[in-house]
Design a binder for this molecule. Structure first.
Ligand code: ADP
Length: 438
C-alpha cells in the first residue's frame, strides 16, 4: 500500500488542476488544463456549459494517470466553487448551462431568501447557492424534475456514475445546516416541488467507485473511490495547513481573507463571518474589502516587488492607513460608509507602499482579533496564500503586528488540499492494513 496515490481534482475559476499525493501527503504528480471564460448572454449574467468542465477534468485526470508511474490511485476528491451550480436530470444530463459564481441575476431570489432565512444564515445574499438554485428554477419549464447540484457534486457524479450527493462545505451557502446535518425546512419550501436538493455527506465520505469505463479511458486501474468533496477555498486552506484549532490561513489576493480553525462554529452574518465544518473542527472565515486590489490601484506588481526590497519591516511609518479600493467595509468592521484612509501621502513611494502594507496588515490583525472576540482561538501561526504571500518585507510587518510566526504556505493549490482530504479520509486505512498484514 506504500505506493497508493490519492487524487485531488480542483475546478477553479480559470482552469482545472489535479494533484496526486502518496500516503504521507507528498506530492507525486500534477496536471492542469485551462477553462474558457464564462459566457455573458446579458449584463450581470455569467454562464457555462458544464460539459466544458467535464472535458477539462478528463483531460487532466488522463494526464495525471500517465504521470503516476508506480503509484496506484485509491481515491479521488473534487473541490470546486460552491457558488457555481446547475440543474440536472436524475441521469446527470444538465438542464441548461450552469450559473457561475460571478453571476449576479439572483437578487430577487435573494430577497425571497432574506424573508425566511434566519438572520445568521450563510445562505443569504445573491451570490449564495440558494438564490442561484432559485434563479435556475425560475427558468425551468414547469413540471420538469431536476436535481440541484454544485459544480463539485456534478463532477463527482460524472466520475462515479451516480448523481444527487453533495458535501457539508459546498452545501453550506445553499442553506444546509452543518450542525444538525440536515436541510432546514425553510430551504425546500423556497423551491418548486420538482427541485430535489442533494443528499449531503461529510467531505471525504465515499460516494461510489470510478466507473470501469472511465477508469479504462483515463488509464487508471483497480478500485478507485470517489469521495464527497469540498469548496475550493476550504481545499486551499487545507492545502495551506489548516488542521488544528489555532491554525490560521490568510489569503493575500485581490481581497484579504482570514481563516482560522476553531473547535466550534462561529457565525456573524453582519460581518460575513461563517464556518465550514472540517471533521470535528470548524474553519471560520471573514473577508475584508481591503487587499492586493488597493496595491494595484497605486503600483504595478513589478513596482511592489522592487520597492518592497527597500522596506525594513522592523520600522514603522506611523501613517495609520485603512486601505480600501472604494467606500464600504464588511469585515472586520461592518461599515458600508467607511472611506479609505490613505492620508497623509509621504514623499517617497516606498514610504507610501510601506504605509499600505502596514495598513492591510493591521486589518489582518484586527480580523483575527474580531474572530477571537466572536469565539475563535487566537492564531498560533499564520500560513499565507496568494500574490502577497511571497513578499518578505510584508511577511515581516505582518509577523510583527500579529505576534506569531507567519510564513508562505508550502502548498498553495486547492487540488493539493483535496488530495490531502482524500488521503486523510482513506489513507489511514491503507496504512493500517499495510502495517498489520492479516
Ligand atoms: P487573486 O487571485 O485574488 O486575483 P492573487 O493571489 O493572484 O489574487 O494575487 C494578486 C494580488 O497580489 C494583486 O492584487 C497584487 O496587488 C498583489 N501582489 C502581487 N505581487 C505582490 C507582491 N510582491 N507583494 C504584495 N502583493 C503583491
Amino acid at each position: 500500500a506504500s505506493d497508493a496515490a490519492f487524487i485531488g481534482l480542483d475546478l477553479g475559476t480559470s482552469g482545472c488542476r489535479a494533484i496526486a499525493v502518496d500516503t504521507r501527503g507528498q506530492e507525486i504528480a500534477q496536471a492542469r488544463a485551462g477553462l474558457p471564460a464564462p459566457e455573458s448572454p446579458a449584463p450581470g449574467h455569467q454562464e457555462q456549459d458544464p460539459e466544458l468542465w467535464w472535458t477539462a477534468a478528463q483531460e487532466v485526470l488522463g494526464t495525471l494517470a500517465e504521470a503516476l508511474r508506480g503509484h496506484a490511485p485509491r481515491a479521488i476528491c473534487v473541490d470546486a466553487t460552491s457558488a457555481t451550480l446547475l440543474l440536472a436530470e436524475p441521469s446527470g444530463q444538465p438542464l441548461g448551462p450552469a450559473l457561475m459564481y460571478s453571476d449576479q441575476r439572483a437578487t430577487e431570489a435573494a430577497r425571497r431568501v432574506a424573508e425566511v432565512a434566519p438572520p445568521d444564515s450563510p445562505a443569504r445574499g445573491p451570490s449564495a447557492g440558494l438564490a442561484k438554485v432559485m434563479a435556475l428554477a425560475d427558468r425551468l419549464r414547469p413540471g420538469t424534475s431536476a436535481m440541484a447540484l454544485h459544480q463539485a457534486d456534478w463532477i463527482a457524479g460524472k466520475l462515479c456514475g451516480g448523481f444527487g450527493e453533495s458535501d457539508w462545505n459546498n452545501a453550506l451557502k445553499t442553506g444546509f445546516d452543518p450542525i444538525r446535518l440536515s436541510w432546514p425546512s425553510w430551504v425546500p419550501e423556497l423551491l418548486p416541488r420538482e427541485i430535489q436538493l442533494p443528499r449531503v455527506r461529510a467531505p471525504g465520505a465515499q460516494l461510489g467507485l470510478l466507473t470501469p469505463e472511465l477508469a479504462e479511458s483515463l488509464g487508471m486501474q483497480g478500485r478507485i473511490e470517489v469521495l464527497a468533496g469540498t469548496t475550493d477555498s476550504t481545499a486551499a486552506a487545507i492545502a495551506a495547513g489548516a488542521a488544528r484549532p489555532g491554525d490560521a490561513v490568510t489569503s493575500l489576493g485581490s481581497t484579504l481573507v482570514v481563516k482560522i480553525v476553531a473547535d466550534r462554529p462561529i457565525v456573524a452574518s453582519r460581518y460575513g463571518v461563517y464556518s465550514h465544518r472540517l471533521g470535528d473542527a470548524w474553519l471560520v472565515g471573514g473577508a475584508s474589502n481591503s487587499g492586493g486590489a488597493v496595491l494595484r490601484q497605486h503600483f504595478t506588481d513589478d513596482e511592489i516587488r522592487a520597492l518592497s526590497a527597500a522596506i525594513d519591516p522592523s520600522t514603522e511609518t506611523g501613517l495609520g492607513y485603512y486601505p480600501l479600493p472604494g467606500t464600504g467595509e464588511r469585515f472586520p468592521r461592518h461599515d458600508p460608509g467607511l472611506k479609505p484612509a490613505l492620508a497623509p501621502r509621504p514623499e517617497t513611494p516606498d514610504q507610501f507602499l510601506q504605509g499600505l502594507l502596514e495598513g492591510i496588515a493591521a486589518i489582518e490583525a484586527e480580523g483575527y482579533a474580531k474572530l477571537a472576540e466572536l469565539g475563535a482561538p487566537a492564531p498560533t501561526q499564520v500560513a499565507s496564500l496568494g500574490g502577497g504571500s511571497l513578499n518578505d518585507a510584508w511577511t515581516g510587518i505582518r509577523a510583527r503586528l500579529l505576534g506569531v510566526p507567519v510564513m508562505a504556505a508550502a502548498h498553495q493549490e486547492a487540488a493539493y488540499g483535496a488530495a490531502l482530504l482524500a488521503m486523510r479520509a482513506r489513507g489511514t486505512g491503507a496504512l493500517a492494513r499495510a502495517s498489520h498484514p492479516s
